[in-house]
Design a protein. Sequence first.
Length: 282
Amino acid sequence: MKNVLSVAAVSLAVTAVFALSVTPAFAESSKKLTDDADIITSSQEETIENNLKKCTLATGWDTIIYTNNNNVDSYDMEDYCNDYFDNHNYGCGDKKSGVMLTIDMSSREMYIITKGEAMYCFSDARTDDLLDSVQYELSSGDYDGACDEFIETVEQYYNAGVDTSKDASYSNIIEAQLTPLEKVIKGFLYGIMFMLMGVLAGFLVSLGVRYAYGKNGKGASYDLEKNSSLNLTESRDQFLYKNVTYTTVSSSSSSSSSHRSHRSSSSHRSSHSSHGGGGRHF
C-alpha cells in the first residue's frame, strides 16, 4: 500500500512539473486579442484568438493584436505601444520575445512592434512588407482579414528565419539596442568625425588660396611717406546737429496677455526595453 501511495505521489509531482514546463508561452498573459475598438466581428473573435495562441506556440513569440479608439498622436505611437506591451507583461522567455499589432481607429494609425528574438526576423524590408499587407486590409475595412494577414505573415517570417539577404537592413532595431551612454558616445564620435572633416576642408581651401596668390608674384611696393605730403592751413571744431532717441518701456503687466499652447499626449512613458518595428496611417 505504501509503495502505491509513493508511486502516486511521484506521478502527481511529475505531472505538476510537466504542466508548468509546457505552458510558458501563456504564463505571462493568456489573452492575445484585445478589441477595445470593437472592430472584430463576434464570430471571428474566437477564431483570431485561437490563431494568435497557435502562432505563439509555433514561434515562441507572444503574438498580440490590440485595437483602441484612444486617438494616439503619431509621434507618441511607438512609446505608447511599447508601454502597453511591457505593462501587460507580454512576451515569451527571458527576452520577452513577441510581436504586437496595434490599431488606433480614432487616429487611423497602425503600429507593429517586435521584441526579443522576433526583432531579428523582421528586417526593415520585411517590416514594410507586413505593414503594406495589413494596411491594405485595414484601408478596405476588412479588419478580420487584417488580423489574419498579420498572423500568417508573422509565422511566415519565423519559418524564413533571420533575413540575411544582401539588401537586409536592421536600422529599426540597431538604434533601439543602444544604451543611453552608448548613444552619447556615438553622438560624440560623430561630432569629432564631422569636426575633423571641417578642419580638413578648411586646410585644403587655405592651401588653394595660398597657391593662387603665390602664382601672382610679389606685388609692387609704394613709399607713401616719401611720395606724399599734408599741409593743414586751418583747424576748428564745429557742432553739426543733435539727435535724441526716446524709448517707451512697457510695464511687466502687459506680458500677461501672451498665450502658450500645450500639446497633450495620451501616452505615458516608462523605461523602455529594446524593440523594433514601425507604423503608418491607413
